[in-house]
Design a protein around this ligand. Structure first.
Ligand code: NAD
Length: 531
């Protein structure tokens, strides 16, 4: 068994009076420290703040089902194949020899956190992220879902052309019996070229009937597989944006009324979101469109349901959220970022239509905004631009940022991403960094889908309170802690988006440690800097 797929019964026991263990829960007290900053004349006043939290995590992991919308797609079929290969210990021959299945690329299963120092050796102690708190093992996930294409999963895997032949050959008997449920198909939302796949569609035109049908599918899947928890994941084609129309989708009441009226602007992905929220199961959007219209966010808030999105941050954007942060934090000023992609899978085919490309372009373009806005020494803020240009509506200074995506069938799922970072360095000098990245898109996406679902499941078991008199509360509906895996993270309305990858990872690590009552000052390493 590959170490990333190993099953361990490790329990982290924190020896502190602030962390308590019962059979049912891990409860930890945590002091959340921050600072309030104000300008006072020419000075800056900083007031340290602190708030006491208590986090309570349910220890029993549920029997988990994941329902994928777009199950027969490249990601859906590769995800299913990966879980089944690991679960059934399927090994296969490659030209380099025998290959065992793994979960490489998963932050939870294949990366570690530094817990502290071993007093015996004085060395750092690192633990797999998935061993910090009780989490579902991916091999135990039950998979189901919907697709507008009726191909059973063995054939969908063959159509995807992602996995090597000798692995596919052995997975056929395990995948053959999995057939996607019929789905809702509203042709105006995805590219017209997808019509040829749509042979597995829920009949009728009433969106209310479709909603009821999807809700019943979720309930039946849960019962049939004897599951404690289900997560619904959108891995279907990228849709065009939905228009946000007052009275149609801007409030929860309006959205539900629009479903009753079969309003044309209610997209399939939003309808699935409503179904999941009404069934009380988490819903994650792995594609870029604005599934989470304000009415759906409101509905999730009112039901204390969990949602997360948007769009998987797998390759180019992940690099960008590292590189742009590195450059700007190094005091170097990117002047332009030009990103070019070509790919030949069905995702690329769908994105070759303008409205669907637009969704992807929007999702990819905001990724450097927070890093740029954080450095007013290199980039002029809006007020300064307005003053200099005389235009009160002037935007803050920003590097030129362009995104091109082209469909090239020959390269299949093996996406090519070329990026050029052109920056200003010392004394007006220039630096150009070019990156060329080529790999199977679905092999990057699969571990992200897994991490998103397993983390979302864990977060449904974490509750908090700020005073001992209060009842424990679930976390806020929008699970922004999942941002690390998402290209355009959805956050609590009115709060700032963090795109920088290291900050996203740090937030996740700190949160998981906080649930154990551990704070994260480890990188201070004061013992190495003092006498
Ligand atoms: P794909 O085209 O191979 O799969 C999508 C599947 O969704 C198809 O089988 C299609 O028949 C199905 N589908 C379309 N509309 C549907 C509906 N209304 N209901 C149910 N099924 C429907 O694409 P993919 O490569 O698997 O990618 C899936 C999604 O993930 C795309 O939106 C893509 O943009 C997004 N994404 C992928 C990556 C990546 O692969 N690295 C990264 C970021 C985002």
């Amino acid at each position: 068994v590959h170490p990333t797929a190993e099953r361990r019964d490790t329990v982290v026991l924190v020896d502190s009076d602030r962390t308590t263990y019962t059979e049912e829960h891990i409860t930890a007290k945590f002091t959340y420290r921050g600072a309030q900053v104000t300008r006072e004349g020419g000075d800056i006043k900083v007031t340290p703040t602190k708030e006491e939290f208590e986090f309570r995590t349910k220890r029993k992991v549920p029997k988990l089902g994941i329902m994928i919308i777009g199950l027969g797609g490249n990601n859906g079929s590769t995800f299913t194949a990966t879980i089944l290969a690991n679960k059934n210990h399927v090994t296969w021959y490659t030209k380099e020899g025998i290959q065992v299945p793994d979960y490489v690329g998963s932050v939870l299963r294949a990366s570690t956190v530094r817990l502290g120092t071993d007093p015996g050796t004085g060395k750092d102690f690192h633990l797999p992220v998935c061993d910090l708190l009780p989490m579902v093992h991916p091999n135990d996930i039950t998979i189901g879902g919907w697709d507008i294409s009726s191909l059973p999963l063995d054939e969908a895997m063959r159509r995807a052309e992602v996995l090597p032949y000798d692995l596919q050959r052995q997975l056929v008997p395990l995948m053959r019996g999995i057939k996607p449920l019929p789905s809702v198909y509203y042709p105006s939302f995805i590219a017209a070229n997808q019509g040829e796949r749509a042979d597995n569609v829920i009949p009728g035109l009433s969106k209310r009937d479709h909603l009821d049908h999807l809700r019943k599918d979720i309930r039946e899947f849960k019962v049939a597989n004897n599951l404690d928890q289900v997560i619904v994941f959108w891995s279907a084609n990228t849709e065009r944006y939905s228009a946000i129309i007052p009275g149609v989708n801007d409030t929860k009441e309006a959205l539900l009324a629009s479903i009753d009226a079969s309003h044309p602007e209610v997209s399939p992905s939003t309808l699935f979101g409503v179904a999941a929220v009404l069934e009380g199961v988490p819903y994650i959007n792995g594609a870029p469109q604005n599934t989470f219209v304000p009415g759906l966010i409101q509905l999730a808030e009112s039901r204390r349901a969990f949602i997360a999105g948007d769009d998987l941050k797998s390759g180019q954007t992940k690099m960008k959220s590292v590189l742009a942060e590195f450059l700007v934090n190094a005091g170097i000023k990117p002047l332009s970022i030009a990103s070019y992609n070509h790919l030949g899978n069905n995702d690329g085919y769908n994105l070759s239509a303008e409205p669907q490309f637009k969704s992807k372009e929007i999702s990819k373009s905001s990724v450097v905004d927070d890093m740029v806005a954080a450095n007013h020494l290199l980039y002029k803020p809006a007020a300064q631009m307005a003053k200099e240009s005389g235009d009160p509506k002037a935007k803050p200074e920003h590097p030129d940022h362009i995104i091109v995506i082209k469909y090239v069938p020959a390269v299949g799922d093996s996406k090519r991403a070329l990026d050029e970072y052109y920056s200003r360095i010392l004394m007006g000098g220039r630096s150009t960094i070019s990156i060329m990245n080529e790999c199977e898109d679905s092999l990057l996406a699969t571990p992200l889908i897994m991490d998103l679902c397993l983390l979302a499941e864990l977060l449904t078991r974490v509750q908090y309170r700020t005073t001992p008199e209060e009842e424990f509360m679930p976390l806020y509906s929008v699970l922004s802690l999942l941002s690390y895996m998402l290209k355009a993270p959805l956050v609590k309305p009115g709060t700032e988006v963090v795109n920088a990858l290291s900050r996203q990872r740090s937030a996740l690590e700190q949160f998981l440690k906080a649930c154990l009552g551990l704070d994260n000052s480890g990188d201070l390493l004061l013992e190495t800097r003092t006498w």
